[in-house]
Design a protein around this ligand. Structure first.
Ligand SMILES: [Zn+2]
Length: 126
């Protein structure tokens, strides 16, 4: 199951970041999610809900930053890719508008943890 694998990776990254900062709890996760990944925020949220139980991220709010797809071509063109309307939603067209060659996707396939928020520590807390 693709979403679950992605969710596991995100959780691992979050728990690692939290332990580096000696945080026992994570308040918020921010995830960069490319629109060309075919993963949806809802599915990922659902998976994360299931797997964070009993971890430091159990109560964490999950936020998603959508990343629009962008491509680059050998001819030097680069920019946002056009969606193929009506065929596959969110699938970028990978044809260069200048020369027609195949673009390489430079953005839009992200599924990574971009930030975590942990509780502020007071100076007396130890
Ligand atoms: Zn081109």
């Amino acid at each position: 199951m693709h979403e679950l694998t992605a969710a596991n990776r995100l959780l691992e990254a979050a728990l690692e970041a939290a332990s580096e900062r000696n945080a026992g709890r994570i308040d918020r996760l921010t995830v960069e999610l490319g629109t060309a990944t075919h993963l949806t925020a809802d599915q990922l949220r659902f998976c994360l809900d299931a797997i964070t139980e009993g971890t430091a991220a159990a109560e964490a709010t999950v936020e998603f930053d959508r990343v629009e797809p962008a491509g680059a071509c050998e001819c030097g063109w680069s920019g946002p890719t056009e969606p193929i309307d009506g065929v596959v939603p969110d699938a970028p067209s990978l044809r260069c508008p200048d020369c027609g060659r195949r673009l390489s996707l430079r953005a839009g396939r992200e599924c990574r943890l971009s930030a975590i928020e942990i509780p502020e520590r007071t100076e007396t807390e130890q």
